[in-house]
Design a protein around this ligand. Structure first.
Ligand SMILES: NC(=O)c1ccc[n+]([C@@H]2O[C@H](COP(=O)([O-])OP(=O)(O)OC[C@H]3O[C@@H](n4cnc5c(N)ncnc54)[C@H](O)[C@@H]3O)[C@@H](O)[C@H]2O)c1
Length: 334
């Protein structure tokens, strides 16, 4: 078992527990005052949760469509009908959709109830459940409404990944791929458990320095400017991590177009993505113009098109990238 500690500048601290069979550590992560636990999950997850206190299951629907304000309203109404109070706890049990929704509901219900996450997909274990970003989608784009709301603890039990469909595992590898370029760690050469632990450590190091994404934390969005656009324009017909993988290739090609990196570094991106058997081209049904419109609505876009790009000093936020370079580079992922 490994325990990674989040120690935020704000003074908040909490553990992320990674290992096989660590689900039984859940009761120890609940705040001492918790009387009851509202377990937010999805039908097909089927992880047996024992909080050790009175608990009730609240199921939400599957998929990105369920990451909506409608779900938040339904969930909060169900919490109110059960009489959930600030002396209770929300437990999100699932992938990133569940932890984003459960986290946002916990952040806003009664202006804030404690939350603990049990991450049951690779993507949630290495990323979504850690770091306190919560939120939902709007028809206009991904994750446009949300809150920073740190959990009291996170469980990443590797045993829960045994039932995860192949495509979901691959989607997690898309997010894992970005960590290669954040630190240069050779994650693909590690055992799966060590990869998860290292990814959590990298994420923790970044979030500890910049909880509210005033600077460095934005680097965790590497590959996401195009990735999020592909997801929303494609009506979420592609998995998040797969869209991020295409976004990573595109970001490398764009950095090359702008003279920031050489071709060897682009090939390095392609090698990592291909080694994880991830897609490298935008689905043909998705139109360039729609992608450009979606990219201007990205949360990072304070000044025209904004990307996280590789360069001589490593990854950086690059604002005001010219449309002609963006359009020209889209051909490299067609
Ligand atoms: N908050 C953040 O910091 C952050 C970071 C990265 C991604 N995200 C978000 O995470 C979401 C994607 O998360 P995801 O890839 O986990 O997808 P997901 O939550 O939709 O889960 C994928 C599917 O796997 C099922 N599932 C989950 N655990 C299972 C298990 N153990 N066995 C069998 N089936 C299981 C789910 O029911 C679902 O059908 C996106 O909405 C993305 O925006 C958030």
């Amino acid at each position: 078992m490994n325990e990674v500690q989040l120690e935020l500048n704000s003074g908040v601290t909490y553990p992320v527990i990674v290992g096989n069979g660590v689900l039984d550590r859940l009761p120890s992560l609940l705040p001492a005052i918790s009387n009851r636990a509202a377990i937010v999950t999805q039908k097909k997850i089927g992880v047996n949760i024992q909080t050790g206190i009175e608990q009730k299951i609240f199921e939400i629907d599957d998929g990105e469509e369920a990451k909506s304000l409608t779900t938040i309203e339904q969930l909060c109404s169900a919490f109110a009908q059960w009489g959930l109070t600030r002396a209770d706890v929300v437990v999100g049990v699932g992938g990133g959709v569940v932890t984003d929704v459960a986290g946002f509901a916990a952040a806003t219900y009664h202006r804030g109830v404690a939350v603990v996450h049990v991450a049951t997909t690779l993507l949630a274990q290495i990323d979504a459940a850690v770091g306190g970003k919560t939120g939902v989608n709007l028809p206009e784009g991904k994750n446009l409404v949300g809150a920073f709301w740190q959990p009291s603890g996170v469980i990443c039990d590797l045993d829960t990944l045994e039932t995860l469909p192949e495509q979901e595992l691959r989607s997690g590898l898309g997010e894992l791929a970005k960590y290669h370029f954040l630190t240069g760690d050779l994650l693909s050469e590690m055992e799966m458990k060590d990869r998860i632990v290292r990814a959590v450590e990298i994420k923790a190091e970044i979030v500890n320095q910049d909880e509210k994404e005033q600077g460095k934390r934005a680097l965790l969005n590497y590959g996401h400017t195009l990735g999020h656009a592909i997801e929303s324009v494609g009506n979420y017909g592609i998995k998040h991590g797969e869209a991020v993988a295409i976004g990573l290739i595109y970001a490398a090609e764009l950095a090359h177009t702008l003279g920031r990196i050489d071709n060897d570094r682009v090939l390095e991106h392609r090698r990592v993505i291909e080694s994880y058997d991830l897609p490298t081209v935008v689905p043909s049904v998705i139109d360039d113009q729609d992608l450009l419109s979606a990219m201007t609505r990205d949360k990072k876009a304070l000044d025209g098109y904004t990307f996280i790009l590789d360069g001589p000093e490593g990854l950086e936020i690059v604002r005001g990238v010219e449309e002609i370079s963006i359009k020209e580079t889209l051909e490299k992922v067609r």
